[in-house]
Design a protein around this ligand. Structure first.
Ligand code: FMN
Length: 171
């Protein structure tokens, strides 16, 4: 498929619902959109349970996993919360976010809390524009992304993933 020539892409988790009834799905199609106001976008397939949850509640969290979480990322990306309680199948801890009802994920290195400000139908996906209302983060983001000590997840295709190099280059 033509779109796969854009890969490798970074892989994220989209947390939705609440701490009491959480759901997480895996998403590669996440993009920054604006500094001021701070906006990001995520493209979510029409059949995803996450789409229903975001439409109902108008918020979501983009969580940044590292390579240790790959097994859970795979579960989040292959099982639908519409049918099962996915949280029980994963070893992730869902915790309260500060500014949205959607939960954050404790094991992730950043949790970007978003309120939906726009949604656009794009073919078989809905593109949700989220305003970032709070971010919590771990040691991987002290000044800039710490690629020497942390391995972020990048998707190649299907079950194949890779990660960043620890090298830093300057032009
Ligand atoms: C690595 C990977 C990346 C994915 N990226 C996206 C994406 O960007 N958008 C999307 O709608 N689905 C994406 N998916 C598929 C959903 O994560 C998958 O359909 C998931 O089971 C949906 O869960 P839900 O029904 O609980 O929302 C991806 C799956 C994987 C494995």
């Amino acid at each position: 498929m033509d779109i796969y020539y854009l890969y490798p892409l970074r892989t994220f988790l989209i947390a939705a619902g609440s701490v009491e009834k959480p759901n997480a799905m895996t998403a590669d199609w996440v993009t920054p959109l604006s500094f001021n106001p701070p906006l990001l976008g995520v493209s979510i397939g029409h059949k995803r349970y996450t789409k229903k949850l975001i439409e109902e509640q108008k918020d979501f969290v983009v969580s940044v996993p590292t390579l240790e979480l790959l097994k859970d990322v795979w579960v989040a990306g292959t099982v639908s919360g519409a049918k099962v309680n996915k949280a029980e199948k994963m070893s992730l801890t869902f915790v309260e976010s500060k500014k949205v009802k959607a939960p954050s994920i404790k094991e992730c290195q950043a949790n970007i809390e978003c309120k939906v400000v726009n949604e656009v139908e794009v073919g078989d996906h809905t593109f949700f524009v989220g305003e970032i209302v709070n971010v919590s983060y771990g040691d991987a983001f002290k000044e800039k992304p710490d690629v020497k000590n942390y391995k972020f997840i990048m998707h190649l295709s299907g079950r194949d993933f890779t990660t960043n190099s620890s090298e830093v280059y300057n032009p």
